[in-house]
Design a binder for this molecule. Structure first.
Ligand code: TYM
Length: 332
């Protein structure tokens, strides 16, 4: 049986890139596989401590978001990374066999550290090792993520292979990335060359799952496009990154293909298309935001979900940690 694991950093703002690139795909696994969805609060520390109250709040908000998007805590284990000590335990062990050369190639570190690398933290540098630990700890077979995580997943596979070589047995399952759908890389609404991200200084670059009706409409109306009409073929979107992005978002929201969207809007102006997109976003995203509020209001429920999820996650992960300790001769 497949075991699926994925996670998102609880950094407050959850945008449609996270939803369409990741969470929406997670939901489909719940019926056929064992599923574990982690709120990676330890990873969120790599860009600084947000403050105790905000941290707690962000974790709960992310749990509410998972559930509002269709993750069912009866079918999936939903838990916080910091509730499961195995993540840090395994991360240290894996870090000791990860060459610096591998970490130096990570483009996300380069992007996030920017020009002033000397001031970037050890945590930010080691981020992909902790992510490898998240996955290997559960012997996950598949990891559904957006395209930006491909390199981190390749590193996790390399680390698993290196560990297996060190101990002389196929101990860790080599996890498969699952990067699928029409929206694996949702781009900024302000610039089709940039990824939609939480850290973009412009609020108009992203639609949040908590945006209200008017804000969604405003952001889409302001979204950058070009002056050409909508093409009738997928090839016609080449070199038109903003147009391609909006069409892909629409296809993903409607659970259809880019070609189907083009067939309906070919030859039309973007102002007409944007109106349709606003309506689609209203019918798909607004209910998620509303459901999140309802779930968050039931505070005990969210805490219970986290408690149950942590219990299951600790069960699985402590077995792995014990086996790893034994294999390399650490004391239990
Ligand atoms: P985070 O929080 O940055 O992103 C969470 C998920 O959202 C996807 N994503 C996107 N997909 C499409 N278009 C976008 N613009 C976009 N922006 C974000 C990401 O690919 C990701 O799937 N490092 C991970 C968190 C993590 C993790 C793990 C994931 C930690 N441990 C173990 C899987 C397994 C991350 O990117 O978080």
């Amino acid at each position: 049986m497949k075991r699926i694991l994925s996670g998102i950093q609880p950094t407050g703002a959850i945008h449609i890139g996270n939803y369409l690139g990741a969470i929406k795909n997670w939901v489909t696994f719940q019926t056929q596989s064992e599923t574990l969805f982690c709120v990676v609060d330890l990873h969120a520390l790599t860009t600084g401590y947000p403050g105790a109250a905000e941290m707690q709040n962000n974790v709960r908000t992310m749990v509410a978001c998972y559930i509002a998007c269709g993750i069912d805590p009866k079918k999936s284990s939903v838990f916080a990374q910091s509730d499961v000590p195995g993540h840090c335990q395994l991360s240290w062990i894996l870090g000791c066999i990860t060459p610096l050369g591998w970490l130096n190639r990570m483009t996300q570190f380069k992007d996030k550290a920017g020009k002033n690398k000397e001031n970037a933290s050890l945590g930010l540098y080691g981020y992909p090792v902790l992510m490898a630990a998240d996955i290997l700890l559960y012997q996950a077979t598949h990891v559904p993520v957006g395209a930006d995580q491909k390199q981190h997943l390749e590193l996790a596979r390399d680390i698993a292979t290196a560990f297996n070589r060190e101990v002389g047995e196929d101990f860790f399952i080599i996890p498969e990335p699952f990067i699928q759908g029409v929206a694996t890389r949702v781009m900024s609404l302000r610039d089709g060359a940039d990824k939609m991200s939480k850290s973009d200084p412009s609020d108009y670059s992203r639609i949040l799952l908590t945006d209200d009706m008017d804000v969604i409409a405003q952001k889409i109306r302001k979204a950058k496009t070009d002056s050409e009409p909508i093409p009738d073929t997928v090839e016609g979107l080449a070199d038109r990154p903003e147009a391609q992005n909006l069409i892909q978002i629409m296809a993903s929201l409607e659970e259809t293909e880019v070609a189907d969207v083009l067939a309906r809007y070919a030859g039309e102006s973007f102002s007409l298309f944007k109106q349709a997109m606003i309506e689609t976003l209203h019918s798909t995203i607004l209910p998620i935001g509303q459901k999140m509020q309802e779930i968050l209001a039931a505070k005990d429920y969210v805490d219970q979900v986290l408690k149950d999820g942590a219990e299951r996650a600790n069960d699985i992960s402590q077995k792995t940690v014990q086996q790893v300790y034994q294999l390399i001769g650490l004391r239990k």
